[in-house]
Design a protein around this ligand. Structure first.
Ligand code: C2E
Ligand code: CA
Ligand code: CA
Ligand code: CA
Length: 278
């Protein structure tokens, strides 16, 4: 017992206890965030190459914490995934994005599609398909206006439930996009099984593509792979026109990044949509 006690003491070092407390508080805050209307969606444009015509948007969640201010998703999505909160949070994101799409359709400025990020945890949960179906029914938007971004890393989990869900989602008519491509180990066979429409090259490869020849080779290979599977290939994290020109030369179909626009709150992205139409 004495030994065990010492072990516990070592385990709960003062910093650990502090970290655990902060984490618990954040988790409790996050649990209330949805009810208290503290979550909001930002939207980032996706444009085609070479014309830079708007082809879609990606919805990115933000948390306006009463004390901490605007918290980026990297600081709370992992916590939401570990605690299971991601399921209800993900449903909120889907419903909010679909209601927004409906609103843009009614005002005649809706982009072809709006993408929503779906966590591997949501996908393996099993209830995702029914939730998406319910939200499509509620809002009445055409399913092809909604795109779901699934990270490549989910494929490594190799869950049959996830594959079944993806097949059913495709049957509903929603579009699928493979996110963060190049960071996982998806095989050709898996990619074929998913039947996505789009492949997004992870921004880590795009970042120093113009100066790092091995990253340039990876980007070139991903574009070739995507095209051989009949997928639309989009590069994310494009910040310079040099990168955009390079991607155009490699035959990339579309780009997303600060060069075009940062993610914007609803009123600003709506103004962007109005302008893009005019
Ligand atoms: P992601 O899906 O790969 O999203 C792209 C991230 O890159 C976004 O960060 C975006 O703001 C950022 N970004 C866009 N253009 C540029 C650029 O030109 N340069 C650089 N350096 N970054 C750029 P954000 O919004 O902080 O989101 C981070 C991650 O959090 C997302 O990565 C996604 O994995 C996750 N996430 C965001 N919203 C949601 C959501 O609603 N549900 C789930 N499950 N995950 C989400
Ligand atoms: Ca994404
Ligand atoms: Ca990504
Ligand atoms: Ca990412």
């Amino acid at each position: 017992a004495k030994q065990q006690g010492r072990g516990l003491l070592r385990f709960f070092s003062p910093e650990m206890t502090q970290r655990a407390k902060t984490r618990l508080r954040l988790e409790a805050d996050l649990r209330r965030a949805i009810e208290r209307d503290e979550l909001l969606l930002y939207y980032q444009p996706q444009v085609d190459l070479p014309h830079r015509k708007l082809v879609g948007l990606e919805a990115l969640v933000r948390w306006r914490h009463p004390q901490r201010g605007l918290v980026p998703p990297g600081d709370f999505i992992p916590l939401a995934e570990e605690s299971g909160l991601i399921v209800s949070m993900g449903e909120w994101v889907l419903r909010t994005a679909c209601r927004q799409i409906k609103h843009w359709l009614e005002t005649g400025i809706a982009p072809q599609q709006t993408a929503v990020n779906v966590s591997a945890v949501q996908l393996s949960h099993g209830s995702l398909v029914e939730r998406v179906q319910k939200i499509l029914d509620e809002t009445g938007i055409p399913p092809q206006r909604l795109e779901l971004e699934i990270t490549e890393s989910f494929i490594m989990a190799d869950s049959e439930q996830s594959f079944t869900s993806l097949t059913e989602l495709r049957a509903l008519g929603v579009r699928l996009s493979i996110d963060d491509f190049g960071t996982g180990y998806a095989s050709f066979g898996y990619l074929q099984r998913i039947a996505a429409q789009k492949l997004k090259i992870d921004l880590s490869f795009v970042r120093d593509m113009t100066t790092n020849s091995s990253n340039a080779s990876i980007v070139r290979a991903i574009i070739a792979l995507g095209h051989s599977l009949g997928l639309n290939v989009l590069a994310e994290g494009v910040e310079s026109s040099e990168q955009a020109d390079y991607l155009l030369a490699l035959g990339c179909d579309a780009i997303q990044g600060y060069l075009i626009s940062r993610p914007l709150p609803v009123d600003e992205i709506t103004a962007f949509l109005v302008q893009a139409r005019g």
